[in-house]
Design a protein around this ligand. Structure first.
Ligand code: UGA
Length: 424
């Protein structure tokens, strides 16, 4: 099928790559000149495993192209995916200005029957607005097809999803089912509004699951329980499931914080109190403060203390720093005049944009020369392979404080983690 994807951000690029990979001919459009110029040369504006290979390969096959020209993208396709950003406003409300301008542009540039697929995360009721923005004279089908991909595993999540949700008319649903026919997974066809809510309900549930286990971890710390065993025992109940029960520094990223806020906002607009999710956020924020306090408790006065930090990205396998716990934690440490020496395998450049004057090093070991403590903020796989005998010689004190519970204990070190007894 001939498909265009409007917006070459995270979701847009992965969608464009995935759709071409499963055999469609895709035109991906964005208004960012630099981004499109890079993409035309096969250079990726974001880091995502496997993305570059697929895009380069599909470009060679002639199944994917990039353009600045919205009209060209619209004219060349029967189905138009909208994947532009839906950032949050200060109030928590979702800013739909990009969805609005793209919808108006599509409406103004074509009179032909086209199916418009909203891929961006949008609050319930947006599809109705999109229909209006497209213009009455046009007979567009508007479909909601929320994306559930995770950064770091986005390509796999696109090609092997748990489910595909399609919200719209029967006709539009069958068309979208055809689009996704090469993907083997359950498909839920529903109305637009339900599809819109499914996305927010899923993210809010997952965020709440994380805050839930973080809350329980606090009780484990006050007793001699072990949160890893508690989570394992709880997760063995198939009604609960073992995923997203990792206690630690809580969630960050571009999705959970903003989507939970938006869900609360939408509910409030309808006269409902979604206080449950306010609490989810509160616990998440507190988790960062409590971790900072753990460091302070171990080191006492932080003034002039050298802190080696491993991991800055909001989670492993991404260079994304949006809402990363590291930003808040480093801010608190610096306020007390601690000296930060940090390393992240790929988020260093973005981290420097979010954290002014951050001192970074090219590898794990250079960060910790003569440091008072080693602090882990992101659970990158390469940290599991660290040479602790080497680290012991480098650190001033054999002290490791781990915000991601990466180890059980570390021989020869005082090992402080989350929701578990400190191991000597
Ligand atoms: C999340 C959802 O998982 C995707 O399904 C959704 O499509 C996406 O948001 C979105 O709305 O676009 P993502 O933000 O990429 O994906 O990251 P996750 O892998 O879900 O992790 C979110 C955060 O939760 C990370 O900071 C991670 O460290 C934290 N987390 C995750 C925990 O603290 N504990 C866990 O057990 C799991």
């Amino acid at each position: 099928m001939k498909i265009s994807v409007i917006g070459a951000g995270y979701v847009g690029l992965v969608t464009a790559a995935g759709l071409s990979k499963i055999g469609h001919t895709v035109v991906c459009q964005d208004i960012d000149k630099e981004k499109i110029a890079e993409l035309k040369k096969g250079q990726m504006p974001i880091y995502e495993e496997g993305l570059e290979e697929i895009i380069k390969d599909e470009m060679k096959k002639g199944r994917i192209e990039f353009t600045l020209d919205c009209k060209e993208a619209i004219d060349k396709s029967e189905i138009i995916f909208i994947a532009v950003g839906t950032p949050p406003l200060d109030s928590g409300e979702t800013d739909l200005r990009y969805i609005e301008s793209v919808s108006k542009e599509i409406g103004g540039k074509t009179k032909a029957d086209k199916t418009i697929v909203i891929k961006s995360t949008v609050p319930v009721g947006t599809s109705k607005k999109v229909k209006e923005w497209l213009g009455e004279k046009n007979k567009f089908e508007v479909v909601n097809n929320p994306e559930f991909l995770r950064e770091g595993t986005a390509i796999k999540d696109f090609l092997e999803p748990d489910r595909i949700v399609i919200g719209g008319s029967e006709k539009a649903c069958s068309l979208l089912k055809e689009v996704y026919a090469p993907i083997d997974c359950p498909v839920l066809c529903t109305d637009n509004e339900s599809a819109e809510i499914i996305k927010y309900a899923s993210n809010s549930f997952l965020a709440t699951k994380i805050s839930f286990i973080n809350l329980v971890s606090r009780l484990c710390e006050k007793t001699s329980a072990n949160i890893k065993d508690v989570a394992k025992g709880v997760g063995m109940d198939s009604r609960i499931g073992s995923k997203f029960l990792m206690a630690g520094l809580g969630y960050g990223g571009s999705c959970f914080p903003k989507d939970v806020d938006s869900f609360i906002y939408t509910a409030r607009e309808k006269g409902l109190d979604f206080g449950l999710f306010e609490e989810t956020h509160k616990i998440n924020k507190e988790q960062r403060i409590m971790f900072f306090e753990k460091i302070k408790k171990e080191l006492g006065d932080l003034n002039g203390k050298k802190i080696a930090v491993l991991g800055l990205a909001f989670k492993p396998n991404t260079d994304d720093m949006r809402e990363a716990p590291s930003i808040d934690i480093l801010k608190m440490l610096r306020k007390e005049k601690a000296e930060i020496h940090a390393y992240d395998p790929i988020a260093e450049e973005n981290a420097k944009k979010s954290i002014d004057g951050l001192k970074t090093y090219p590898n794990i070991y250079e960060t910790m020369d003569n440091a008072d403590v080693l602090v882990i903020l992101t659970d990158w796989a390469e940290f599991r392979e660290m040479d602790f005998s080497k680290i012991k010689k480098l650190l001033k004190n054999p002290l490791i404080i781990d915000g991601r519970n990466m180890f059980e204990k570390i021989e020869g070190f005082r090992y402080v983690s989350i929701g578990r007894k400190t191991k000597e």
